[in-house]
Design a protein around this ligand. Structure first.
Ligand code: HSE
Length: 377
């Protein structure tokens, strides 16, 4: 019998408990022994739940229980989640998380502690929710130099854009629906302004290029300025608008990384990715493009990836998964100004046009009176 704990009982945390309960037999088969959730950490009152006896509000109960060897951190944020993760790792417990903010901000430090303590810090659920992408990238694509990553990395904004494009629904109504479905962050600004997608492209870049890409340094633009006019104009030109996280490796090993809305040709595979679905295209120098697709947000889809990581941590209790990246001192991030793109530009009262290719710096200068300016993929 393996004993595990779940820190946080929000959308994902309750989903993790549900997956353990729903698939107990299958999970025991994979782990080659039963897995019991011994504790759920949360300060709120869950006394109405049938598993109310599992709840604790004092983290040190988990930290000091040697029976608990694997912990899910599904609290979110970089406050208590950061401290508790460090303390779990230092106590010799593996930690599995969906917390992209924490992985993007402090991943290198937490991975270094995990290495020192010979335990695992796993984060498959931090990018693409239920889509397997971190492990395939680390293992199946390990023989490739990654040339480019292009992804629809945020379910909330993709849902909002899909509703705007296909149903003419207003931005506000679509956001309310995404919140009701449990896709959005607690503060949906992180979704709408692209910060969530930015953290995810940073994690993928960290893994692909081996050094930290700081979310605070990566150029990030969300979808709050997208209007139904641009959705229609883009449609007339043969494109759809999607929020894309992108990383492009240059020959000297540096890379561009950024998040911005893009026009995507209607026949491009990413154009067909609708609603809460995410997709990530990874271009390896041996494989060419490979694409990962599935539900990028939501309770059970994300919980599925967390529980799979917990099973992997159980299987690798003796021999940890080697994963690490540098502290950012290689300065791999290229300034976005020099990135060349084709552009969509719309001046007030005029039909939109496609121009370029030209650098970001030149586009900003030449089109400064534009009502809308977006890259074309
Ligand atoms: N708010 C995130 C999204 C949740 O909408 O994609 C999954 O990371």
């Amino acid at each position: 019998m393996v004993k595990v704990a779940i820190m946080g009982h929000g959308t994902v945390g309750s989903g993790v408990y549900e997956v353990f309960a729903m698939n107990a037999e299958k999970i025991a088969r994979v782990a080659e022994q039963p897995v019991e959730v011994k504790y759920v950490l949360d300060l709120r009152d869950f006394s109405h739940l049938p598993y109310a006896d599992k709840f604790v509000s004092d983290f040190s109960i988990i930290e000091n229980d040697p029976e608990v060897t694997v912990v899910a951190e599904v609290m979110g944020g970089t406050g208590a989640a950061y401290e508790f993760t460090k303390r779990c790792l230092n106590a010799g417990k593996s930690v599995c998380t969906s917390n992209k903010e924490l992985v993007a901000t402090h991943g290198e430090e937490l991975l270094a502690i995990a290495k020192e303590k010979n335990v695992n810090y796993l984060f498959e659920a931090s990018v693409g929710g239920g889509i397997p992408v971190i492990r395939p990238m680390m293992q199946c694509l390990a023989a490739n130099e990654i040339r480019e990553i292009r992804g629809i990395l945020n379910g909330t904004t993709n849902y909002i854009l899909s509703e705007m494009i296909h149903k003419g629904v207003s931005f506000e109504d679509a956001l309310k629906q995404a919140q009701a479905n449990g896709y959005a962050e607690k503060d949906p600004t992180a979704d709408i302004e692209g910060h969530d997608a930015c953290r995810k492209i940073c994690i993928l870049s960290d893994l692909a290029f081996g050094d930290k890409f700081d979310p605070n340094a990566v150029s990030c633009e969300g979808i709050s300025k997208i209007t139904l006019t641009d959705v229609e104009e883009a449609g007339k030109l043969g494109y759809v608008i999607k929020l894309i996280g992108r990383a492009v490796r240059c020959e000297d090993g540096t890379a561009y990384a950024y998040v911005a809305p893009h026009l995507i040709p209607k026949n491009h595979p990413l154009a067909a990715v609708e609603d809460v679905f995410n997709a990530i295209m990874i271009d390896g120098n041996a494989t060419g493009d490979v694409m990962f697709y599935g539900k990028g947000a939501g309770k059970l889809a994300t919980a599925s990836a967390v529980v799979a990581d917990m099973l992997d941590a159980i299987a690798h209790a003796e021999k940890r998964r080697p994963v690490e990246w540098g502290d950012g001192s290689k300065n791999l991030l290229r300034p976005i100004d020099t990135l060349e793109s084709v552009w969509y530009s719309r001046k007030p009262g005029k039909p939109a046009v496609i121009t370029g290719p030209m650098t970001t710096e030149r586009a900003m200068r030449d089109c400064k009176d534009a009502a809308a300016l977006m890259r074309v993929l």
